[in-house]
Design a protein around this ligand. Structure first.
Ligand SMILES: *Cc1c(COP(=O)(O)O)cnc(C)c1O
Length: 791
């Protein structure tokens, strides 16, 4: 248990040593650092103990270019079980814990769902005593900070390390060298403890920072050539300088390739060094190590492992291939063709020539394997790894690993039956499903303490926080009116909190009694923020025509970042903000509807949004959203889904009941059937309401500030654009069905208790979506690692 006096003393000491002042004079960020470091002091022994325990048997490693961790302090206090004690202690010291929590910068080392999944997995593995270490890059700048100026997205640098990072420890002694054809750099690991909930285990997230071999060229400096003297240093630091803010395609190509190879090579060297230091035979490597590739970004691990084993460790090619293929497993996150990573082999030849030779050899052997199985020429050309001078990373990843998994049942089915069908036929035993999950610690226990207390009170124990299936026992209260009233009042409280946060951050007053209808996720055409925008604009016009229309007041909330080079996504942001401007300033309607686009949506903002939601918008084109995890966060906080039959939505309604959610629109089969004959113009012509809102893109209703964004959006819907057909994401075809579903929502909300029951049943059936379940499936069904609690 917490020794308050000791913690207080440590805090005071740190403030003296680090800042040369007394606690009373310390700034909020200094108090934050001092408190965090004091917590670090308390956990170091357990952290060391965990490492020693894990080394006795097999361990798993998660290689990911992204870890979207968010803030650490609050979560660590919750997981250590000392949040209330620390709050009290700070109170005694006249410090408001909320202020200290709010000063922490998010560790935004990821773009969206994929990076946040990695973060949830780290929390779950630690909580479940699963020996899992995360490996990634310590970007000095994470995902950009977003501002909205005149309705446009503006990107600012994210200097998350400006006050230092009290949660990481630099491990100089574990530095390794990474070699490119034109550059040798140092990879220096920073370790962050990952504290499990209700366990003594503390896992590790190891992020590599890139530094030069020498800080500066002394001779050049002496000759007063200052810029040249630090050129090598800058070039090295560039490698871990920024997270690429792309969800969907690859820019800054060579630098990005260097980033991938940098962290992969450093991680594998680290693993081999450790394996050898424990006196283990390299032929047994896969007996002690399983390495998960989070999407194709770390796939260069396969040829790099071959290089390390063959060139450095002098294993035969055959032995090395056996070890490599049994070590790695691959997670597929998308079937969007523009997101399937391909590399021009010219970059590899230039930067990583030996790696390229190895890839070519793997490809040649693969072709031989297919020929031996009597595959036809065309099929071989389709499946081989290098074709038309492009290296297809997904092919390398499936071929060079022992398991390939999708991230929700529907997604895995599509992979097996359509997208990767050739591969499924070749290696059926390698394909698995692992439906994504979210950690209940951050996504309810931390961000919704009020609802958590109610659950604990009803269940008589906090055990549900690490065994989320226990929520099922709450189903029996679904008709308990008194309880539902309490449940509703918690939702009201979270809505008031969000409203005041929005007032402070966006400067807009919202009606906290209105329906909070929320869509928060990266801005992408397939996620169809535009469908929601069209719906709202249509509703606005209907309200203007019929001012007495009887609807529940509604606040439509969006939060989304667009990749800086994704012109059309930025156009959609501007369009939403133009609609917001029109609606929010129209006195005739703004008692009934309002639109808020929150700036800089990120993990810490998400923690305020999910608990306050009445409606969860999950309206992607069927077949396009591999899983989604935002949908699960809403569900856990008692929010019905308004969504398509896509990704994990399918499993959510299977758990919570279709009658407690609002499912609409085309399904995967419908779209497959329509595919070639789809004519959006037909819908445009036959649905006047649709036509009216689409035309606002070009008829002068709104201004895009002369950027041409709106015209471009319009033509993409009606004419198609260079790289896709008209209305590629079936917004027009789903418009009326979405509208009907929205009407149903409005109707259902009128009966407050019936509504509360739906919310309650969603929450009570969210157990399946704990990432504890997901991580234990990875541990058992892919990695074969055992849960290993420390003594
Ligand atoms: C959960 C989460 C996501 C993923 O949301 P989806 O709706 O699944 O795309 C993205 N960003 C943040 C900050 C999140 O917390």
């Amino acid at each position: 248990m917490l020794n308050k006096e000791a913690l207080k003393d440590t805090m005071k000491k740190i403030i003296k040593i680090d800042y040369g002042k007394t606690l009373e004079k310390a700034k909020d960020h200094e108090k934050y650092v001092a408190l965090s470091k004091s917590i670090m002091e308390q956990i170091v022994d357990r952290w060391i103990g965990t490492k020693e325990t894990y080394e006795e048997s097999k361990e798993a490693y998660y290689l990911s270019a992204e870890f979207l961790m968010g803030r650490a302090l609050g979560n660590n206090l919750i997981n250590l079980g000392i949040y209330e004690d620390v709050k009290e202690l700070l109170n005694e010291m006249n410090i408001d814990i909320n202020k200290v929590e709010e000063i922490e910068e998010d560790a935004g080392l990821g773009n969206g769902g994929l990076g946040r999944l990695a973060a949830c997995f780290m929390d779950s593995a630690a909580t479940c005593d699963v020996p899992l270490t995360g490996y990634g890059i310590r970007y000095s700048h994470g995902i950009f900070r977003q501002k909205i100026v005149d309705g446009f997205q503006v990107e600012k640098g994210d200097n998350w390390l400006k006050y230092g990072d009290p949660w990481s420890i630099r491990r100089e002694e574990n530095t390794v060298l990474v070699r490119f054809a034109d550059q040798i750099v140092k990879a220096i690991p920073y370790d962050t403890p990952v504290i499990g909930y209700g366990t003594n285990n503390i896992n590790t997230l190891r992020l590599w920072q890139c530094e030069p071999l020498v800080d500066f060229d002394f001779e050049l400096f002496n000759e007063q050539k200052y810029d040249e003297a630090v050129r090598g240093k800058n070039k090295a630091q560039d490698i871990s300088r920024v997270l690429y803010p792309n969800d969907s395609n690859d820019d800054g190509k060579i630098l990005r390739l260097k980033q991938q190879y940098f962290f992969v090579s450093a991680s594998l060297q680290d693993l081999i060094r450790k394996h050898k230091s424990l006196n283990r035979d390299l032929l047994d490597f896969a007996k002690y190590n399983s390495v998960q590739l989070n999407d194709t970004h770390p796939t260069v691990a396969i040829p790099e492992m071959m290089r390390l084993l063959v060139d450095d460790e002098e294993l035969s090619w055959e032995d090395a291939w056996e070890v490599t293929r049994k070590t790695f497993a691959y997670t597929n996150h998308t079937i969007l063709s523009e997101a399937l990573e391909k590399w021009w082999n010219g970059y590899f030849k230039r930067i990583l020539p030996r790696i390229y030779e190895i890839i070519e050899k793997i490809d040649e052997e693969f072709i031989r394997e297919l020929k031996a199985k009597n595959y036809e020429k065309e099929k071989i050309a389709e499946m081989r790894i290098v074709r038309d001078d492009m290296i297809r990373m997904a092919h390398l990843a499936i071929h060079g690993t022992y398991a390939t998994n999708g991230v929700a049942q529907l997604h895995t089915d599509i992979l097996k039956e359509t997208e990767l069908n050739d591969w499924y036929k070749l290696y059926p035993e390698r394909f698995q499903n692992k439906t994504n999950g979210i950690t209940p610690r951050r996504w309810i226990r931390l961000c919704n303490k009020e609802l958590s207390s109610l659950i604990t009170e009803l269940l008589g124990t906090e055990e549900w926080v690490k065994n989320l299936d226990l929520l099922k026992n709450l189903e029996k209260y679904a008709n308990d009116e008194e309880l539902l009233e309490r449940f509703l009042s918690i939702k009201d409280e979270k809505k008031r909190e969000l409203a005041s946060y929005i007032k402070k951050n966006e400067g807009i007053e919202v009606d906290d009694k209105s329906i909070f209808d929320i869509q928060i996720k990266r801005l992408h055409e397939y996620k169809r923020q535009l469908l929601k925008a069209f719906y709202i604009l249509d509703l606005y016009y209907r309200l203007k025509e019929n001012p007495t229309m009887d609807i529940n007041p509604r606040t439509f909330i969006f939060g989304a970042k667009a990749a800086p080079g994704y012109f059309r996504a930025k156009g959609i942001i501007k369009f939403i903000n133009e609609i917001a401007n029109l609606v929010n300033n129209d006195k005739e309607v703004n008692e009934k509807i309002k639109i808020i686009f929150v700036q800089n949506y990120r993990v810490s903002y998400a923690e305020k949004l999910f608990p306050a939601a009445d409606v969860s918008e999950q309206i992607s084109t069927a077949g396009k959203e591999a899983s989604g995890t935002g949908n699960m966060k809403f569900m856990l906080n008692g929010t019905p889904t308004l969504g398509t039959y896509d990704g994990a939505n399918v499993e959510i309604v299977a758990e919570a009941g279709e009658e407690n959610n609002f499912i609409f629109g085309l399904r995967v089969e419908d779209i497959k059937e329509m595919k070639d004959s789809y004519d959006p113009k037909k819908y445009y012509e036959e649905i006047p309401a649709l036509r009216r809102v689409v035309d606002t893109l070009i008829d002068g209703t709104f201004s895009d500030g002369g950027t041409g964004m709106f015209y471009e959006l319009y033509t993409s819907l009606l004419e198609g654009a260079s790289w896709h057909t008209a209305d590629n994401y079936f917004i027009f075809a789903d418009f009326n069905m979405y509208k009907d579903a929205q009407d149903e929502v409005d109707n259902a909300y009128k009966d407050r208790l019936e509504w509360a029951k739906k919310c309650w049943l969603n929450m009570a059936n969210a157990g399946k979506f704990s990432s504890d379940r997901t991580i234990l499936q990875y541990a058992n069904e892919i990695w074969s690692v055992d849960q290993n609690p420390i003594k």
